[in-house]
Design a protein around this ligand. Structure first.
Ligand SMILES: [Fe+2]
Length: 209
């Protein structure tokens, strides 16, 4: 039975340095992906063709990545802390090294930069991609997502991608990042919309050395 994907709303009021105009137009792109995936999953188009399969992965990832991106912007926890900070120090040597590498990858990729926890080696990794449906690493848990498509910054920053990335870093909601880590990687008391998880989803302890 088809269940439409919900168009989420986001609070942009605490984001500094990215205009409402930029964010609103960007949100419209996200809305377009929600509409498209609902048309595909709603059966408007048969999804057994190559064309629709490609549209499906592009649109579904377009929805998910934009939701993650908007959710990890703003708020009042704009300095890294807690479990995610401990993991970044473990896996990158220091927070500053993580930030440098994340920003550098943002500079060379055309679509997305994702800090993810990968169960393959139980470590953090930074995965870059040029498009919604390129470079995705299955089963890795996205924790921090940055959109580096030109549409994410051209209105406010022109071609100055580096300045946009610096402003993005000033607006990271580290509380949201920590919540993803707790909810999706290790927490024994994870509450989701559907149910309560009574044991670690992946059997992992995030503090494992
Ligand atoms: Fe985008």
């Amino acid at each position: 039975m088809f269940k439409p994907v919900e168009l989420k709303k986001f609070d942009f009021s605490s984001i500094k340095g990215i205009s409402t105009e930029q964010l609103t137009q960007h949100y419209q792109l996200y809305k377009g992906y929600v509409d498209t995936i609902n048309r595909i999953w709603g059966g408007e188009k048969k999804n057994d063709t190559r064309c629709i399969q490609l549209a499906q992965s592009y649109s579904a990832n377009g929805v998910k990545l934009h939701q993650l991106y908007f959710e990890n912007l703003g708020g009042d926890c704009k300095k890294s802390f807690g479990s995610i900070l401990s993991l970044m120090e473990r896996d990158f040597g220091s927070y500053s090294e993580f930030e440098k590498r994340f920003k550098d990858i943002g500079g060379v990729m055309r679509g997305w930069v994702v800090l993810a926890f990968d169960p393959l080696d139980k470590r953090l990794h930074i995965y870059g991609s040029d498009a919604h449906d390129e470079g995705s690493i299955w089963d890795a848990v996205p924790l921090l997502v940055m959109d580096v498509y030109e549409h994410a910054y051209m209105i406010d920053f022109g071609i100055d991608k580096k300045r946009y990335i610096n402003v993005f870093f000033n607006n990271i909601n580290w509380n949201a990042v920590n919540e993803r880590l707790v909810k999706n990687v290790y927490n024994e008391k994870c509450h989701t919309l559907e149910h309560t998880v009574k044991k670690p989803r992946r059997g992992l302890k995030f503090w494992e050395k």
